[in-house]
Write a protein that binds this ligand. Structure first.
Ligand code: HEC
Length: 270
């Protein structure tokens, strides 16, 4: 066996390993939900939405994401933290400095210890992160029937169904199939693993009043909160996609130039 054949069989082995790894992960994921009385006979239809941040020209729908912030602030923030988000991040969505200061002032955060060593509350500043709803995980679990509402900063990236996850969970509530008993404090949700979730359906029509006058239907709030959470999960997406596009254009021009240069250099030989 020469070096070349050893390296090519090594390469083939690695590819095989990678493939079998992927397939077994898929198999595990597919088999995770065992058939039971609670298996939904029919899944609630979640509209296939085209999100503005998908594709190579992807960008955020700023107005929708700002409305989504209203939904987070008015509904989700009472249970879910958003640790990676600071008020000043709203500037990237076009909020003015005044608006950001105004929003931050609605909240209080612990100040640095005063001269007596006591920690008192102060009004939040644009540089502060959004305050957590519970002081610790035990308090969060105690308030939610033992379940901990996960931090939502990365939820759009953290689940296999990505930008479809939050809309699926929000739209997945339905009457359980016959024979499926749901304990007190749990809710049947066709898209949550195990089909029971400890979060009551959080969105009711007009749960928030949008500043821009958009009617706050459940559908509208679902789209808006997902746009906002996608932004929180990747605030630099617009920059990343624009840079990628510039690099591609540059590489295309460079390829043409190199090709012309090559033809020129080799002209006499050919
Ligand atoms: C009353 C408290 C409460 C409110 C309000 C609330 N949630 Fe939840 N949420 C929870 C709890 C508790 C869980 C964990 C459920 C479980 O583990 O069974 C959860 C779970 C979730 C999940 C599933 C997370 C996962 O692991 O995949 C999503 C998504 C979610 N919430 C989004 C939202 C959004 C968006 C809002 C605002 C529109 C919201 N929640 C409002 C309590 C709440």
């Amino acid at each position: 066996m020469n070096l070349k054949s050893i390296s090519s069989s090594l390469f083939a082995g690695i590819i095989l390993l990678a493939c079998s790894g992927t397939f077994s992960t898929i198999a595990v994921a597919a088999g995770a939900q065992k058939e039971s009385a609670c298996t939904p006979r029919e899944l609630p239809a979640i509209p296939e939405r085209k999100w503005s941040f998908q594709g190579i020209f992807g960008h955020y729908d700023h107005d929708s994401a700002l409305r989504g912030f209203e939904v987070y602030k008015g509904v989700c923030a009472s249970c879910h933290s958003l640790n990676l988000f600071a008020f000043r991040n709203l500037a990237a969505l076009g909020a003015t400095e005044e608006e950001i200061k105004g929003v931050a002032q609605e909240f209080e955060v612990p100040a640095a210890p005063n001269d007596d060593g006591e920690i008192v509350a102060r009004k939040a500043l644009p540089s502060d992160h959004f305050p957590k709803p519970y002081p610790n995980l035990k308090a969060a679990a105690a308030a939610n029937g033992g379940a901990i509402p996960p931090d939502l900063s990365l939820i759009v990236k953290a689940r296999a169904d990505l930008e479809a996850h939050v809309p699926k969970i929000l739209g997945g509530y339905m009457t359980p199939p016959a024979g499926c008993d749901i304990p007190e404090g749990r809710y049947y949700n066709a898209y949550f693993p195990g089909y029971q979730i400890s979060m009551a359906p959080p969105l009711l029509a007009d749960a928030v009043t949008y500043n821009d006058g958009t009617p706050a239907t459940v559908e509208q709030m679902t789209v808006d909160i997902n746009n906002f959470l996608a932004f929180v999960a990747e605030p630099k997406l617009e920059e990343r996609k624009q840079t990628g596009l510039k690099v591609l254009i540059f590489l295309i021009i460079l390829t043409v130039l190199l090709y012309l240069a090559k033809r020129e250099v080799w002209r006499k030989v050919h």
